[in-house]
Design a protein around this ligand. Structure first.
Ligand code: SPV
Ligand code: MG
Length: 443
């Protein structure tokens, strides 16, 4: 009987490296590809560009592939115990890095399935590892595709796609194209996962501060649109826009259309009225919460104004900021959802996060699905992962790029004055060579 060979892959961008692995596998017998589900890929890294059905169509039509099954988790466990393959084939690149834990687990399972083999935790004779094709750089291919650009429609839709695939999503404040490039490209390897930011937050606070203006809706949409366009020109991740109160209902409907047209994925409007001040000032300043029904009308008008199915309107509740209590926050949350809000943002300025967790528990008891957004600037000791356990979908780091840039710039400015030259400040600066090569197309 023909031997069974199991090969797991994402195959988002099929290239010669995949074919190389599959050709190796074919030498050992019948090739079953365990195609990672969208969810499994999103758990390990970013959501795929092509969805499962699209990727499956490509793989199942390869003559070297005998059949395709879904692998619905990063772990091989379920499929290996079910299919009991004679061999598992993989590129040898997973010997180190974030995928190593899955390799270790595969070896353990193979010893369990084939106990007669002499135990060696580093290796199993039924695990065939194909030298990784170093000349093929999947990340490079992805970067090239990103450089070519993706349509605004695809970038916009990505927020809804990601919400359906993973939790939490991490969004980082970006106030310029450069800060967005940093947010887009920074990632860290964790056990079993490559973690990066899922998208951008266009903050009213930092967009105003960056222009030397207070966070009181003084910077017009037309000004902020310039920044958005610059960000969109060089990135492909989704952006959530902080529209303050959304302004008058009659004006908000135009803003929705404009934001939707440029490719913004979601707009957040907060339930305040009159002269809006930054929420973190709480009741130290005069701030007035909007009447529930009036705010619902604004949500309804916005939903009616949008053209696509993809654009989202997120209602931000300021009850905890203004010490109005949990009952008021919950009442508003359900009223706003009823009015058509696609998600809610609950804000708090307390450091311990107790009132946020209390809200999340009470809300999730009644509503399991509506996306919840939080901005843990004050309750910053709770990890995104822990917030997700309480039901949060999107965690926004709302101002950290600008705040950190300010400190770095101020320190360099001081150093130049203190030393009356720039030599000492050099160590705090990126080299000229690096900054020149930072942006593709410079040289
Ligand atoms: C912003 O980033 O502008 C926000 C979040 O609205 S907060 O500053 O916490 O109000
Ligand atoms: Mg704001």
């Amino acid at each position: 009987m023909q031997k069974i060979v199991y090969v797991a892959m994402a195959a988002d961008l099929l290239h010669a490296g995949h074919i190389n692995v599959l050709q190796h596998a074919k030498q050992y017998g019948k090739v079953i590809v365990g195609l990672f589900s969208d969810h499994a890929i999103a758990m390990m890294e970013d959501a795929p560009l092509l969805d499962f059905e699209e990727r499956k169509k490509v793989i199942e039509n390869l003559s070297i592939v005998d059949s395709v099954v879904v692998q619905d988790a990063p772990s091989y466990k379920e499929n290996l115990y079910r299919l009991k393959p004679d061999y598992v084939v993989h590129g040898d690149d997973w010997k180190k890095g974030y995928l190593k834990i899955y390799r270790d687990e595969v070896i353990e399972i193979l010893y369990d399935l084939y106990p007669q083999e002499k135990k060696d935790l580093e290796y199993h004779p039924r695990l065939i590892e194909v030298p990784y094709s170093t000349h093929i750089n999947a990340l490079g291919i992805k970067r090239t595709i990103n450089a070519l650009g993706i349509s605004k429609a695809m970038q916009q839709k990505r927020l809804r796609v990601l919400l359906g695939l993973k939790k939490p999503l991490r969004f980082l404040e970006t106030h310029s194209a450069l800060s967005a490039l940093i947010a887009e490209n920074t990632c860290v390897d964790k056990e079993g996962r490559k973690v990066g930011f899922d998208g951008f937050w266009s903050s009213s606070l930092t967009d105003s501060t960056n222009r030397g203006k207070p966070d009181i809706e003084a910077v017009e949409l037309s000004m902020r649109l310039n920044t958005l366009n610059e960000i969109f020109e060089v990135t492909h991740k989704p952006l959530i826009y902080d529209a303050d109160t959304g302004g008058l209902l009659e004006h908000f409907v135009f803003s929705v259309r404009t934001l939707e047209r440029v490719g913004v994925s979601a707009v957040v409007i907060e339930d305040k009225t009159g002269l809006k001040k930054n929420s973190l000032l709480g009741n130290e300043v005069h701030q007035v919460q909007e009447d529930i029904e009036i705010f619902c009308q604004k949500i309804r008008a916005g939903k009616k104004a949008q053209v696509t199915q993809d654009f989202m309107i997120i209602a931000r509740i300021e009850s905890l900021i203004l010490d109005k209590g949990q009952d008021d926050a919950l009442k508003r949350a359900f009223a706003y959802i009823e009015a058509g809000a696609d998600g809610i943002m609950i804000h708090s300025r307390h450091k311990d996060g107790v009132e946020i967790i209390e809200f999340l528990k009470a809300f999730r008891k009644k509503d399991k699905n509506t996306p919840i957004v939080v901005v843990p600037t004050s309750f910053n000791a709770i990890s995104a992962e822990d917030l997700a356990k309480y039901g949060v979908n999107i965690v926004i780091y709302a101002n950290h790029m600008l705040r950190s840039a300010f400190i770095a710039m101020q320190s360099v400015a001081k150093s130049i004055l203190e030393n009356d030259r720039s030599l000492e400040a050099e160590k705090e600066c990126m080299s000229i060579k690096e900054i020149l090569s930072l942006i593709p197309g410079t040289i």
